[in-house]
Design a binder for this molecule. Structure first.
Ligand SMILES: [Zn+2]
Length: 242
């Protein structure tokens, strides 16, 4: 795994601490961050984050066509929003304000934010994708539903260009460029089927009970877009957990 110098240094320091010597080496680098809910969460595992290491429903996983692929029952109600970004040094996150949601099983899950991983965290029958994008939703009861969109190399996605051209941004600060709207619908492919399972956040605090839907149909990003995302935050994927 290629790590940026600062991350590599942090990793060396982490492993120098005896208290952390039993931690699984392959999951530590990504667990120092929280992509899913709290951008300012601390930089290392705390006792309350033990779900990451002892949880039984940890994500990501290798998805199988014959086991997880079912009809896509999600109903999207997305619109255009002002672009609002934050960079937590691990990924670029777009904060979604307003009434953008999915309906699943009669329940409304509101979109909170989306962010990306290079390469994708989930694999499909062991196949990895250059980019995976996670759309994090929450309902009134506090339950989470994440929609995963896989990206392959192809045509440029003009909406993603707006994100890339406004990065890099200062770490852990919110940046709202003037007069930039993004159409959330252009991030979501039409997909008749989705890989569904119960899992967790892939970063701190590794919360379980997350409904995962990884859409079968990928979107495309251009080679330049994939290269840009990979350069900004390389290898920010948590490894397969089970
Ligand atoms: Zn993610």
């Amino acid at each position: 795994m290629i790590l940026k110098q600062t991350s590599a240094l942090a990793l060396i320091i982490t492993f120098a601490l005896p208290a952390y010597s039993e931690r699984k080496a392959d999951v530590t680098p990504v667990l120092r961050y929280s992509d899913d809910i709290e951008p300012e969460k601390g930089t290392d595992l705390s006792p309350s984050d033990e779900t990451c290491t002892i949880g039984k429903e940890q994500s990501p996983i290798n998805l199988k066509q014959d086991k997880h692929l079912i009809k896509n029952d999600l109903s999207f109600s997305y619109g255009s929003i002002p672009l609002k970004l934050t960079d937590n040094k691990h990924t670029i996150k777009v904060i979604a304000e307003g009434e953008n949601f999915v309906i699943f099983d009669g329940e409304k899950y509101k979109l909170l934010q989306f962010h990306y991983h290079t390469p994708s965290e989930h694999t499909i029958d062991r196949k990895s994708f250059p980019v995976g994008i996670h759309f994090v939703h929450k309902n009134d009861k506090g339950n989470y539903l994440v929609v995963g969109v896989l990206a392959t190399e192809g045509a440029e996605n003009s909406e993603y260009t707006k994100i890339i051209s406004n990065a890099p941004i200062k770490a852990n600060e919110t940046f709202t460029p003037e007069n930039v709207l993004i159409d959330l619908n252009k991030f979501i492919p039409l997909s008749e089927k989705a890989y569904q399972y119960a899992g967790s956040f892939t970063t701190l605090p590794c919360t379980e009970g997350v409904k995962w839907f990884v859409l079968e149909t990928p979107v495309t990003l251009s080679k330049e877009q994939i290269d840009s995302l990979s350069t900004i935050h390389p290898n920010n994927n948590r490894p397969i957990q089970r």
